[in-house]
Design a protein around this ligand. Sequence first.
Ligand code: FMN
Length: 175
Amino acid sequence: MGVLTVRVAIIFGSRHGTTEAAACNLQKRLQEHVEIISVDHLETADLKRFDLVILGASIYMGHIQAAMKEFIERHLKVLLSKQVGLYLCCMLEGEMADKQFEQEYPQTLRDHALVTGVFGGEIHKEKLDEFDRLIIDIVEGESALSSGLLDEEIRVFADVINLWSQKEGGAIENV
Ligand SMILES: Cc1cc2nc3c(=O)[nH]c(=O)nc-3n(C[C@H](O)[C@H](O)[C@H](O)COP(=O)(O)O)c2cc1C
């Protein structure tokens, strides 16, 4: 079997590091060459270099990072010409998490995506500013809010990409 030549970018938006940690977790599971890039440092990202672009964002008060939204708007045409993966980090689960996912990533991109995932979330109270901590204290009450990163969801997401790239890598090698 030849060496895979598929190139993958994970572009993430994160306020306190969880979405970046999810990107690193994902990178470890992927067999491809993967670059992790913050959406805030996008001048370094030339999307043309990548065969597959994974976007990861986290939710605050129902919304993903404005920088990620702007990035998607600006690069939608290029993104639709590539394979795409989309993931979300958030504390809500199940249908409520899915709803946030649908509201925040545009339908054209969701329909086009090779793989999508909700990876759970983490709340590190020591990292929050006063306002965010107040909100979390009010919402939290007695129960612990965050599920932590959902390893199994990340594994399944990675498996889909590895399967795709086994086929695609062969195709690229034969060009
Ligand atoms: C102030 C605040 C508001 C949040 N709002 C939401 C929300 O509306 N929905 C949700 O599912 N998670 C919400 N979360 C949870 C975050 O999405 C979660 O902590 C995520 O892991 C943060 O990732 P990041 O550190 O990469 O930014 C909120 C967290 C904080 C601190």
